[in-house]
Design a protein around this ligand. Structure first.
Ligand SMILES: [Zn+2]
Length: 251
């Protein structure tokens, strides 16, 4: 059976509160392993708890998402969580200029986002961990920050254009593709991305590919994403994608 790694899942989210372990079991039976990504301190801690229940195949990343930039931020707590051997990355972290805050001006909000992002980049450097990056309408600022650092990582759920992808490839980043490739035309971006820099991810419970049998997305939809990428590439690069995930996250 072909092996997969969902490099960005949220089985630690509320949406899987009732049945996350059933979903994980069915993924493991189908040779689909996963990294559950944190978005705040609480769900990062949960991602670690979930990962530690399994000797292998279920991993975690810990970090505070830019949308949570107004919550109490404590880098020491993230550092503590990152001590688990099952933590393979710091993330998801980044910049999101799409949403405004209800409480503070955009200027203040985006400044906070940058501030916590930079602190978490330094933590990733200190711990020698790759980063999982979320970016929405923020590629220019993101690029300016990342080019001053020597980090490894993935631009998750990529939906920029060819010029954008070239910039991040040049910096050495991997590019993560989700079910968004069914909603937006990213064919040229996928062609531009070398096979050894492609990762696949579901971002479940969101971004369900249209052909998937369930409305709530889960890591089992990964094959649909892989098939579409291979079709665009004109060859089966499933093994390469799988090996890229092992390499980046040191699994
Ligand atoms: Zn996510």
């Amino acid at each position: 059976m072909e092996k997969f790694i969902d490099t960005h899942a949220h089985l630690n989210s509320e949406y899987f509160k009732k049945d996350r372990f059933l979903v994980i079991e069915s993924c493991l039976l189908n040779q689909v392993s996963m990294i559950n990504a944190g978005t705040n301190i609480l769900d990062s801690a949960l991602a670690v708890d979930i990962a530690e229940k399994y000797p292998d195949f279920v991993y975690a990343s810990v970090g505070v998402h830019p949308s949570s930039a107004e919550e109490d931020f404590d880098i020491e707590k993230i550092k503590e969580l990152a001590k688990s051997k099952k933590v393979v990355a710091i993330g998801e972290i980044g910049l999101d200029y799409f949403y405004s805050s209800k409480n503070i001006s955009d200027e203040e909000f985006f400044k906070k986002q940058k501030d916590i992002f930079i602190k978490q980049l330094s933590l990733a450097e200190e711990l020698n961990l790759p980063i999982i990056i979320h970016s929405r309408e923020a590629f220019d600022d993101l690029y300016e920050i990342l080019k001053t650092r020597k980090l490894k990582g993935v631009i998750h759920c990529f939906n920029g254009n060819v010029e954008d992808v070239k910039r991040f490839l040049e910096l050495g980043y991997y590019i993560g593709f989700t079910g968004i490739i069914f909603k937006e035309n990213l064919d040229e971006v996928i062609k531009e991305t070398p096979n050894d820099r492609i990762l696949i991810e579901t971002d479940c419970p969101f971004l369900t590919p249209p052909e998937f049998y369930e409305k709530r997305n889960n890591p089992l939809s990964l094959k649909i994403i892989k098939d579409k990428i291979c079709k665009i590439k004109g060859e089966d690069i499933g093994d390469q994608i799988y090996n890229n995930s092992l390499k980046l996250f040191n699994i």
